[in-house]
Design a protein. Structure first.
Length: 113
């Protein structure tokens, strides 16, 4: 199983970014996926999750600002982030559990004030 995340970058407060994570080495369409993030000096935290049939859940601080989605034809999960704030600065990781944890390499999102 491999997860390849991309889409991070530098954005001003109030801006938007879309992260992508391409999965390989598994049957993507039957798997739930998730995004986590880790801010400097803080523990990694769960951001959002999506089930194999498209059901979604979000951490409270992301509700209404972040949208997780998937394209099974492209083996890709997305995280659309809007109204970004400096406290959203973090490395964002995609995640899947198949008998064990798998993490993407992370993509850095920096939000300037």
């Amino acid at each position: 199983v491999q997860l390849q995340a991309s889409g991070g970058g530098l954005v001003q407060a109030g801006g938007s970014l879309r992260l992508s994570c391409v999965a390989s080495g598994m049957i993507f369409s039957i798997r739930s996926m998730a995004w986590y993030r880790q801010a400097p000096g803080k523990q990694r935290e769960w951001v959002a999750g999506i089930t194999n049939n498209g059901g979604t859940n979000y951490a409270d601080s992301m509700k209404g600002r972040f949208t997780i989605s998937r394209d099974n034809a492209k083996n890709t999960v997305y995280l659309q982030m809007s109204s970004l704030q400096p406290e959203d600065t973090a490395v964002y990781y995609c995640y899947i559990f198949i008998r064990r944890e798998y993490w993407g390499q992370g993509t850095l999102v920096t939000v300037s004030s």
